[in-house]
Ligand binder design. Structure first.
Ligand code: ZN
Length: 760
């Protein structure tokens, strides 16, 4: 709950508890002898049933170990918000190297939280030296002093920090919400504000170069996307976030730009002077208008959009469209929704040379860095660009995509229109109306304890410094990963001090106020290799690997092959290191610590994800953000006990809330069974040729639908449910094959083959 800390009178009330004696850090619970580690080892070649059979999360979330009674229970932030690949952090670089595991943080810093401590304070307490925010892992040496948990500097404590807003008394600083919670949000004072809040701004840029295409399928696809966009916008027009000042502009382009004056009673198309070469030319008035005041003209333009007769000039002047959008948003920032159907061919940023085919869109290097440079300009203007590739045309995504990737936007593809129109409408609707759509101009900084540092930052953002990323638009779906390095100063604070990582996100809230959300994670130090392995977290590891892999595909020299090789090594190396550390090398089998037992399966799933498959060669940037859903889940609906079947004498015993989970393999599916295959971006409902009585079929369908809806609820974008009747023909299985990732295909290994390969 928000509260305001008033200027404090003289402190009264109880003395702080135990301010002088430094509390001790509990040793990690897994601190046991190597022999026991060997006992707990999983032989992956023998133990193949590793998935949880119930629950909708196939990989359990590992909470960091408790750090003993000296720190509050909620000292760490939610693992879904920020988690470390190692819940016991290696004390030295040598120890990290020996484990061959990656050290890093996987985070969704903007994830919606059920409870959030919001603090409106006159003073935000930060370390004088490293600028870390006061957090649950600091020590109080007196009522006047606190020691930073990152750099160990002694700092003065402002008097008003002794005020406890809950009991409204003064005294013990450890009762403050900053000390009790792993995540807090400050409503910042004036000093953090950069400018008064600008109006929410949306700019639509629509490529209409394909509308008059001689290929009827291409022309139809262009009309389909324009229809979907205009209808979605009309539907969302009154629900756009912001206040009465929310403003909108529409640009269309083919070989030339078409601008629309919207400040009159009806929209009018402007004869567009050539603005490309001369950015000093005044911009025409009335292009970017308040929705509330110019609603009629906007509605008329949107309604007519799919049938408009655009000036027939061939080509695609994307660069000019972006330049105009950038100028329009210069003073307000905002969001550019860019719809691209063809390869930029005219004006600034035009791509020359032979056009590739759609399938090798990402096989080559970007032909220009024009769009990356423009993205950085957009970033400075607080304009984020979401790129929607529409239709079957080749857009040279490798060259164009940086406009979104470096401006914290997203990339979406809808190659099959009108079939993809529903998905386009759903994704666009979410972009336009989502709750946090206005929380913009964010800066994310990550700080680490002495001796640890940020080595690299991954995600859709502009990395300004190694530990600092700029995000014109911060979305709850946005995932980031940070690779960490261990330096010389690590471990000097002693085994009793946790290693602390702190992510601070400074952003503009919906009402224009500056806010700072601070996530803190404190973890014990590991000095033995067994503890490093025992503390590793496969969910965070796969999150980090997916982000690094996506980055390699976007920017690497050999892209796909490098990314794939690195992933195979990421599976093989830690297992080899583990076998060495536990003396199981040469003992036969492929041994894994229990908590990374799913890592090879997850990495195989990543290798089989479309973005990482050589034959597909296209980037689906959601792969990284949805790392947890990489692993397709197969559920046996016909084995799910019905509520009526449970023992009526024990009303407390409910049937499991989800059907039993099976490993994703055709061998797990029996004839006559009904299955639900959750493939992350798609859900398959697999029905047998005959489902018995109509009643039974109806009941099963209702339950399946309810379960699918539950799975879809948290996913960004529309997740279609595809019904599939399973006959004995091979063709009926073909749609499922890419997602039954434990099975072998013509071009990929089965899980067992992959394990045998890793063993070598
Ligand atoms: Zn400090």
């Amino acid at each position: 709950m928000p509260f305001v800390a008033p200027t404090p009178p003289l402190p009264v009330g109880p003395m702080p508890r135990q301010m002088t004696s430094p509390p001790t850090l509990q040793q990690p619970q897994w601190s046991t002898a190597s022999a026991q580690h060997r006992e707990n080892s999983v032989n992956l070649l023998r133990d193949r049933q590793l998935l949880r059979t119930h629950g909708s999360e196939p990989i359990e979330t590992v909470a960091p170990p408790p750090l003993g009674h000296s720190f509050p229970a909620e000292a760490n932030c939610n693992p879904d918000v920020m988690s470390c690949t190692m819940n016991a952090v290696p004390a030295t670089a040598e120890l990290l190297r020996r484990s061959r595991l990656p050290l890093g943080l996987a985070m969704h810093p903007f994830k919606d939280l059920r409870s959030l401590a919001v603090i409106q304070a006159n003073v935000i307490v930060r370390c004088r030296d490293c600028r870390a925010y006061i957090n649950p892992f600091v020590r109080f040496s007196s009522q006047q002093r606190w020691r930073c948990s990152l750099c160990f500097l002694d700092n003065d404590l402002p008097e008003e920090f002794l005020y406890d807003p809950m009991s409204q008394t003064y005294g013990d600083p450890s009762r403050r919400p900053e000390i009790r919670n792993g995540t807090v949000e400050f409503i910042a004072t004036q000093e953090y504000s950069v400018r008064p809040p600008p109006p929410a701004t949306y700019i639509l840029a629509l490529d209409v170069s394909q509308v008059l295409s001689s290929d009827p399928a291409v022309a139809k696809s262009a009309t389909a996307y324009l229809t979907a966009v205009s209808q979605t916008l009309l539907r969302c027009l009154d629900r756009l976030p912001g206040d009465t000042r929310t403003q909108l502009a529409v640009i269309t382009f083919n070989g030339v730009l078409h601008l629309y004056k919207l400040d009159g009673p009806r929209p009018s198309l402007l004869a567009m002077p050539d603005l490309d070469g001369d950015s000093d030319l005044p911009m025409p008035e009335g292009l970017l208008v308040p929705v509330a005041e110019c609603r009629d003209a906007i509605v008329e333009l949107l309604e007519s959009l799919p049938e408009l007769e655009f000036p027939a000039v061939p080509g695609c002047c994307l660069g000019s469209a972006l330049a105009i959008a950038h100028r329009l948003a210069q003073s307000s920032g905002g969001r550019l929704l860019l719809f691209l159907a063809s390869r930029p061919s005219v004006g600034p940023g035009a791509l020359s040379g032979p056009a590739g085919s759609d399938s090798d869109d990402l096989a080559g290097q970007p032909a220009t860095d024009y769009y990356k440079r423009l993205a950085l300009d957009c970033c400075s203007a607080q304009l984020s660009v979401d790129l929607f590739c529409v239709g079957p045309g080749h857009t040279d995504l490798a060259s164009v995509m940086p406009i979104a990737v470096y401006s914290s936007g997203r990339v979406h593809r809808y190659p099959r229109l009108p079939d993809d129109a529903d998905r386009l409408a759903a994704d666009l609707g979410r972009h336009l109306t989502r709750k946090l759509g206005l929380e913009v101009s964010a800066v994310l900084r990550v700080r680490c304890s002495n001796g640890y540092s940020v080595a690299a930052f991954y995600g859709s953002c502009f990395v300004r410094a190694t530990d600092l990323a700029a995000l014109p638009c911060a979305s709850p779906d946005a995932g980031f990963a940070i690779q960490l390095a261990v330096g010389d100063g690590a471990g000097t604070a002693g085994a009793s001090e946790p290693v602390v990582f702190q992510a601070a996100l400074l952003y503009t809230g919906r009402k224009g106020e500056r806010r700072i959300r601070v996530h803190t994670l404190g973890l014990p130090v590991a000095t033995r290799i067994e503890d490093v392995f025992a503390g590793s977290d496969q969910r965070a590891i796969i999150g980090l690997l997916a982000q690094i892999g996506a980055e390699r595909i976007i920017t690497g020299a050999n892209r796909l092959s490098d990314a794939r090789d690195a992933l195979v090594n990421a599976a093989a190396d830690p297992l080899a290191a583990y076998a060495r550390a536990t003396g199981q090398r040469g003992a036969g089998g492929l041994w894994s610590p229990p908590n990374i037992r799913l890592l090879p399966l997850l990495i195989l799933a990543l290798l089989k994800w479309p973005a990482f498959r050589p034959s597909v060669g296209q980037l689906d940037e959601r792969a990284a953000a949805l790392a947890e859903q990489l692993l397709p889940s197969l559920y046996a609906l016909h084995l799910w006990p019905q509520p009526a079947e449970t023992d009526s004498k024990q009303p407390a015993s409910q049937p499991p809330s989800s059907p039993p989970r099976l490993h994703p393999s055709a061998s797990q599916m029996e004839p006559g069974g009904t299955y639900l295959l959750d493939a992350g971006l798609k859900i398959f409902l697999v029905l047998p040729p005959s489902t018995g009585s109509a009643e039974a079929a109806q009941l099963l369908a209702t339950r399946a639908r309810a379960f699918a809806d539950r799975l879809r609820a948290d996913r960004p974008g529309l997740v279609p449910v595809v019904k599939l009747k399973l006959t004995s023909s091979a063709a009926s299985m073909a749609a499922l094959t890419p997602y039954l990732i434990e099975d072998r295909t013509d071009s990929s290994m089965s899980y067992l083959e992959f394990l045998q390969y890793l063993q070598k």
